[in-house]
Design a binder for this molecule. Sequence first.
Ligand code: UDP
Length: 180
Amino acid sequence: MSQAVAQVQDYMDEKQNVLIATANAEMIMRATHDKELQDILNDAALVVPDGAGTVWAAHHLGHDMPERVAGFDLAQELMRIAPKKKRRVFFFGSAPGVAEKAKAKAEELYPGIEIVGVRNGFFTEKDESEIIAQIKEAKPDLLLAALGVPKQEKWLYKHKEELGVPVSIGVGGTLDVMAG
Ligand code: UDP
């Protein structure tokens, strides 16, 4: 976790618009038959092991994988240090109202945090340009996208350059959990 957090800080400073994926066993199995997802994961700047199954499989294949780095926990760690580092965070995803509640929770848990925008994750293709404009205008350092797997990875990858956000992470049910 500490290595992942440090790496993400570097990516934010470098501003290269990178994608980070949090891979649980379900995502990895899906990537065996979903070529688009497989390519995105192989191209991601960082893929963290989100779950005991991923850590077990890595060990089984002889890789050095010190511990599980769940997407939810990684997001919390990044938000915890965001105020000190003056990182701007955007919440994109989940049902209407959820991201607002998650924002209130983040402000309570991490005083001084700048959640510079929120947008729910239910939209049609015609809404996309407006969503992209909203995110660009907010100028976040970190975009947390909670649209579910593989929608969040595919959406972030497709719009990566246009969005121009230093670090984007697909975080699944994180906003729902934060909203309570
Ligand atoms: N979601 C969304 N837009 C969609 C489909 C789903 O914003 O078109 C949200 C949903 O409300 C939930 C999250 O995506 O907050 C997916 O959570 P889940 O725990 O299912 O994530 P996964 O298991 O796919 O990582």
